[in-house]
Design a protein around this ligand. Structure first.
Ligand code: DGL
Length: 358
């Protein structure tokens, strides 16, 4: 029987089939990372390529963000959802609950290996910490933003997004809590803050330090958080449709009680006092806060300083006043923890334990 020499067409078809199977096999082996888009500068656009301030945030959709970084395919199988499209100064409790519930549903799926959330940088640290306290999984959740809009020269969004997906696809990122990636640095949700209004290196954990770096297509971890988070959390938002109202009063020289009284009259269930120094209380505020506590409002002494511990019974007799101290949490993060604490208890000893636990 004469064997016919296979035509070149069959050879080409065979090669195409092999590469298709190889590609499918690679894609099947890659982690599946879901990108949840919320808006912000990373999705922003400016009038021209030199516009790095005064641009419009939250204009570019999630699929365009993904398509702008074809290199994502090298590190993960990526899918995207546009959860919302807002400038993050407009982030709110209802949006947090919606986002957190979507994250928990997705992370329960066996075919989802991690989540990246694109977000405005203004409140990114707050969303990250809220999720750190309510995500019920050890799979990676990575928040990412940008300081320059997508239309700017040397926009930082594409590389930040690539780094965030790479990190979410890194097995070592499991169990580290919610992470924040910008500027090649990995920070923990609990400790990171936006520290500069405009520069690329704005996200820092200052004295408590970053967790690691992204370099040469790899994530490098040097530390991990000592506080509870994600899978070890006691907070559960699955059946919550609203969070208790907690507001922040900022301390300064010549302080008065006008803002505090307004929050109390508006029905606040908790007040964070961002005091001067070690959470100091100006006399008018100490009087007003004592009155508020007697009305059953939870009071947390935080500091406007930004670093260091607010010591219990330091600048005020917290035992006698029945106040809570924020430990090292800044005021905006103390507000988040107190809101969630109030979904479980009004007992100040229990709430103080939570501030020393998370
Ligand atoms: N409007 C600000 C926000 O959406 C822009 C800052 C940014 O995203 O970098 O957070």
């Amino acid at each position: 029987m004469r064997l016919h020499k296979p035509s070149s067409l069959f050879i080409v078809l065979g090669l195409l089939l092999c590469s298709a199977f190889a590609h499918a096999d690679t894609a099947a082996k890659q982690p599946h990372i879901v990108i949840l888009a919320t808006g912000g500068t990373i999705a922003g656009s400016g009038a021209d390529s030199t516009t790095t301030v005064g641009y419009t945030a939250a204009t570019v959709g999630v699929q365009r963000l993904i398509d702008a970084v074809p290199e994502l395919k090298k590190v993960a199988q990526v899918s995207g959802e546009q959860v919302m499209q807002i400038a993050s100064e407009n982030m709110n409790n209802a949006a947090w609950l919606e986002l957190a519930k979507r994250v928990n549903v997705l992370l329960k799926r066996a075919d989802v290996d991690g989540i990246v959330i694109t977000h405005g940088t203004d409140t990114l640290e707050e969303t990250a910490y809220f999720l750190d306290l309510v995500v019920k999984s050890s799979k990676p959740v990575v928040l990412v933003g940008a300081m320059r809009p997508s239309t700017a020269i040397s926009a930082d969004g594409p590389i930040n997004l690539y780094n965030a997906v790479l990190l979410a696809a890194t097995p070592e990122a499991n169990g580290k809590g919610v992470l924040v990636v910008l500027n090649d640095q990995i920070n923990a949700a609990r400790d990171v803050s936006k520290t500069n209004t405009a520069t690329l290196d704005t996200f820092k954990s200052s004295e408590l330090g970053l967790l690691g770096y992204i370099q040469g297509n790899r994530a490098y971890f040097y530390r991990s958080s000592t506080r509870k988070h994600t899978r070890d959390t006691e907070f559960d938002i699955a059946n919550l449709s609203v969070l208790p109202q907690v507001d922040i009063v900022y301390g300064y020289a010549n302080m008065n009680r006008i803002a505090l009284d307004a929050f109390v009259n508006a029905g606040a269930k908790g007040i964070i006092h961002a005091g001067t120094g070690d959470g100091s209380l100006a006399t008018p505020l100490k009087t007003a806060l004592t009155e508020a506590r007697k009305k059953g409002i939870l009071i947390v002494r935080a500091s406007r300083v930004g670093q260091g511990i607010v010591a219990r019974n330091g600048e005020a007799d917290d035992d006698q006043l029945d106040f809570v101290v924020a430990d090292t949490l800044n005021a905006q993060k103390a507000r988040i923890l107190l809101m969630l604490a109030l979904t479980r208890t009004a007992d100040t000893k229990e709430i103080q334990r939570m501030f020393y636990t998370y």
